[in-house]
Design a protein around this ligand. Structure first.
Ligand code: AMP
Length: 124
């Protein structure tokens, strides 16, 4: 059984970057779109996604995306965190992969979380 289902072009984040459904946008460039999480887990909770279909998770993106897309993605995450004013007090990045990561949406995305001390990294 594969770790991930096949890429679904109708997943919610693909529909958001194609502008078929709205989001609370905070940043966009040629490669990425960033928007507030609809169910925030911290005072600041932003999702960053590549504006390209096909990459289901971090595992998929890091293995298969072109180097320029990977570089642009991570450069943008830093820009967005600074735009949100998080770099001085700190923030956390999360990319959930597959079942054990608790991934819900199978279009690669990075969570940027901040705005207060976030405590223990993982509670089990
Ligand atoms: P993950 O568990 O890493 O796949 O995270 C998916 C995230 O997407 C969750 O934090 C959800 O709250 C968030 N989410 C789901 N639907 C939307 C939406 N329409 N707009 C913004 N965030 C969403």
């Amino acid at each position: 059984m594969p770790a991930l289902p096949p890429y679904d072009p109708h997943n919610i984040f693909a529909r958001i970057f194609r502008k078929e459904i709205p989001c609370n946008q905070v940043y966009e460039d040629e490669y990425v779109l960033a928007f507030h999480d609809a169910f925030p887990k911290a005072p600041v909770h932003v999702l960053v996604i590549p504006k390209q279909e096909g990459y289901r998770s971090f595992d998929d993106f890091s293995a298969n995306a072109p180097a320029d897309a990977i570089a642009a993605f991570f450069r943008a995450v830093g820009i967005i965190a600074r735009q949100l004013g998080l770099e001085k007090e700190g923030y956390r990045l999360i990319a959930n992969h597959a079942k054990n990561g608790g991934q819900e949406v199978y279009h690669f995305h990075m969570h940027i979380l901040g705005g207060k001390p976030l405590g223990a990294m993982v509670t089990v």
